[in-house]
Design a protein around this ligand. Sequence first.
Ligand SMILES: [Zn+2]
Length: 384
Amino acid sequence: MRKHVTPGLIGVLVLILPTVAGCRCSPTPRPPDIPAVADAVVVATHAPMHPGDSEAVTFAAKASGTVDRIVLAYERHALSTAPGGSHEQTLVEALTMLVECDPEGTVASLPCDMTPGPGFPANSLITFHATAYDSEGRTASESYSFAAGEYPWPSDPIPIRVNGDPREHLDIVFIPDTDISIATFRESLVDVLETLYFKYDVIQSYRTLYNFYYSEVAGDYEETCNFTDPANMANLTVVADTVAILHESDLRDCRSGSRMSSEIDYDKTLIHESGHALFDLRDEYCCDSSYSQQACVPNLWNSLAACEADSAELGYAASFCEQLTKGNDSVNYWRIDPTGSAGCMMGTSMHNAGSDFGQACLRRIRVRYERCLAGDCYPWPDCP
Ligand SMILES: [Zn+2]
């Protein structure tokens, strides 16, 4: 077992966490006598997303609510290929405490981080556990896994924030475009997740339903909708709901089947294209996209009457239904989500700073979330 020196913190450097772990296996079950909810929420992060051999990793968490303390811990599996070719994980470091951040009394917001010594060896899979305690001793926790050190299967999706079985999660694999260096691409991944995706509550609040991976094998995206797959595309789509090609150039982006493209540093494109790729949302702007009404929980309707009939369920007045038009052009489809400064991400408001998903889009997103929570993220789309 590793020992980590904890600057500024006294006492136990390494300890098994009996209050967190009912056993030393993974994933860590919650003891049944501790309620699942606390007056605190915790968000865990780490950087870099995929540390190299022995590269230092910063583990961090922030809790809010009524927070007494935070405990950060990890366990490490070694990854190996069995003689028969199967991929194996072997627990080599049981649950190991990194740091306990324990201010006097309770606080409304508590950050906690730790960068233990020399990092991790090649072929490691780290499972990070952040547990916040409220004043009653109840816990809120977050756990996920990421690769550390050289990854033994570089053609496969490399986990950077993985919560569980791909069948029960939305799986996004980021790959570099040919216009970006591998170094820039890798360094940007922290921001892609934590600044761009997690800016949106509908993703941040449900982040445990997502698995994020990357691959260094480049693909290419050219306007408009011309994708060149990476050589390992077949390996990626084994788990990917979408393979996201991230580029530096300013391009009109696209989703095509299990591919999407986006600028690497622009949340609006990333979230808009993810809306297509993960939730099969339709564009709500006119007039040069392809349009159709989804067979169920649509965000676009092929008649005014159909839009109006759906309005009450969405909490909108029927009068909000508007045909898609632009200047003198129009198409025979209707939207209900708002436009304007805080309008819908899938429509003309996409590039506005305050844009987010409208209720029609959110309804469709929630349906898929419910299916994932029920253990069936595939197939999509079909109707309830
Ligand atoms: Zn679009």
